[in-house]
Unconditional design. Structure first.
Lengths: 271, 316
């Protein structure tokens, strides 16, 4: 039997935990305040006044829209590629045993375990050696490489939970491999793939380090922001874009969480 | 009654898809090859190929006069890497990575411990999302937020002024090494942003390790007369250590390779990531840039080897 006293947390721990969470969240909340400041030239706090005019200014900026469109395009295609490759890899690793299985998991994780700058510069020098000009597709190629791991992690966790007898039963009842995949496996792994895809999208949408090496003249939204960070020219517009980015990335994370919360491994734990 | 019994083995199915599927069933190795070929071609050739090509370049050198790469095996690039200025950069980065790791562990522990042991139901979800959302929210936005906070006219200065503690901030900024003109151009600023951005990577593995510590172990320790400090020192900390080491892999590796944070918030002195970026970009010295990337790879290799021996991978 447990006493109540032991189950109650010490005051100091409570305060330290709350302070830690506040440290994680307050800076992001501050972005929301700055998006409405009337101050244009500096990061003055407290803001001298509040206004919503920057929302309209940012809305009418073609360069922001161009960057946003490019980011969404890159993230969609990279996610689609990662979904195919990650699922294939997960299916092979979890449904069969073969020599070198462990190595494959390591290989999949490597692009995200090594610092992004190494992945970036390696791809860049490979492109230049192969005389491939930088384009939309070189960005996609880099992104898909490190997005595979998130899809793979989610799919592997779900594949482990599908019992082999389900698949055997389907085969015994006369379904061929494709039918089994369509009617048995896909409904079971569907939500995991959706969650993995959402996380891959979020990861690609936000990626900047590899992108700086694999993009030519084009700028994705993070590259646009990076330029504003290094040489601030349009502070109010940057504030608004930052706020929108925060809101946009929260949605896939919450979605992925609700899709996989009953699972043994929750999506995103292995970014 | 029919004259013939149904055959035991079903007749061959119709349609190319079915026949293909039967073929794979009879040749499982072929199926495996088909499944694995696309991802392996991608990762093995595109990714590993680029990586090896890069490492190979570190054994070439650059011609000082023409600026072209001299494709002959040489160790001179590594000799250049070990010059005093470059060693300074490496040492500075490793020191920063170490301090960031220790600070993240200290801040992460209470959050992870509370979430693992005391948070129930709704609170558990809140803690989980409370760590997940900052982890996944945009890296650049997080840095941008800190640029707003650390600016001379920003919120931190304002708070210190309101508390009449501005002398404390000024005193800290006047210190050598950690100080500077304002927090956003000092090592202190770089350090704070690093800790902030990598903190969730530390919380998750520590929490995973602590979830596995049975509550009655802690009760047993206090029943046997251990003070909370002793319980922490001899029971909790050793059991959480694999989680801390697992988290430190992330914080250490990410700090070693980052070049954006020190560029935006920090002094003008370079970190490894910035050196790599400068060498491959403006200087056009790919061999030296490649040699620089070998440093984090070697350090992380050694680190991972030690972590594996401490059982950190079970906590991931």
């Amino acid at each position: 039997m447990r006493s109540d006293r032991l189950n109650r947390s010490p005051m100091g721990l409570k305060i330290a935990a709350a302070a830690g969470l506040a440290f994680l969240h307050l800076p992001i909340l501050l972005i929301f305040l700055y998006a409405f400041t009337t101050e244009e030239k500096s990061y003055q706090f407290p803001p001298p006044g509040l206004t919503a005019q920057w929302l309209a200014v940012a809305w009418n900026r073609p360069d922001v829209w161009a960057a946003l469109t490019l980011s969404v395009k890159v993230a969609s295609i990279a996610t689609a590629m990662a979904l195919v490759l990650g699922t294939l890899c997960a299916a092979a690793v979890s449904q069969t045993r073969f020599f070198g299985r462990e190595t494959i998991s390591l290989l999949v994780i490597l692009p995200i375990a090594l610092p992004g700058i190494i992945t970036g510069i390696a791809l860049r020098s490979a492109f230049s050696m192969a005389d491939i000009p930088f384009s939309f597709w070189t960005i996609v190629l880099g992104h898909a490489t490190f997005c595979i791991v998130v899809v793979y992690n989610n799919a592997v966790a779900r594949f482990r939970r599908i019992s082999g007898s389900l698949i055997e039963a389907s085969m015994d009842l006369g379904a061929d491999g494709f039918q089994t995949f369509r009617y048995i496996i896909l409904p079971n792994i569907g939500t995991a793939l959706l969650a993995g895809g959402m996380l891959a999208f979020a990861l690609s949408f936000d990626e900047v380090i590899v992108t700086t090496f694999t993009a030519g003249q084009q700028s994705t939204l993070p590259i646009w922001m990076l330029e504003e960070l290094i040489r601030p020219r349009q502070r109010p517009v940057t504030n608004v874009v930052a706020m929108v980015v925060v809101l946009v990335t929260f949605l896939p994370i919450l979605g992925a969480y609700y899709l996989t919360r009953d699972g043994d491994q929750i999506a995103g734990a292995g970014k | 009654m029919t004259a013939f019994a149904e055959p035991l083995v079903l007749p061959e199915r119709r349609g190319p898809a079915s026949r293909l599927s039967d073929f794979f069933w009879r040749h499982p190795h072929l199926l495996l090859t088909v499944l694995l070929a696309p991802p392996l071609l991608w990762l093995g050739i595109v990714y590993l190929g680029s990586l090896f090509a890069l490492l190979l370049q570190s054994f070439f050198s650059i011609d000082d006069f023409s600026g072209l790469i001299n494709y002959e095996f040489t160790l001179s690039t590594y000799r250049q890497l070990l010059s005093e200025t470059n060693l300074d950069i490496i040492l500075r980065t490793v020191l920063m990575a170490a301090t960031v790791t220790v600070a993240s562990a200290v801040i992460a522990f209470p959050i992870a411990y509370y979430a693992a042991r005391y948070a129930q139901g709704k609170w558990k979800v809140l803690f989980y999302l409370g760590v997940m959302l900052p982890l996944w929210s945009s890296y650049l936005v997080k840095i941008y937020a800190w640029k707003l906070i650390l600016a001379k006219e920003g919120i931190l200065t304002w708070i210190f002024e309101k508390l009449h503690l501005i002398w404390l901030l000024d005193g800290w900024l006047s210190l050598p090494v950690v100080g500077g003109n304002s927090l956003s151009v000092s090592y202190t600023g770089t350090f704070i942003v690093f800790v902030y951005v990598w903190l969730p990577f530390m919380i998750l593995p520590i929490q995973a390790a602590l979830e596995r510590v049975p509550g009655n172990l802690i009760e047993a320790s206090s029943d046997l007369g251990g003070t909370p400090a002793q319980t922490f020192r001899f029971v909790l900390f050793p059991l959480a250590l694999p989680g801390i080491v697992a988290g430190s892999i992330f914080t250490f590796s990410l700090t070693l390779g980052d070049y954006i944070i020190p560029q935006i918030v920090g002094s003008s002195r370079l970190f490894i990531g910035q050196a790599v970026y400068a060498q491959q970009g403006t200087a056009g010295n790919i061999p030296l840039a490649a040699a620089f990337t070998v440093v984090p790879i070697v350090i992380m290799g050694a680190y991972l080897f030690m972590a594996k021996r401490m059982g950190a991978f079970d906590a991931l």
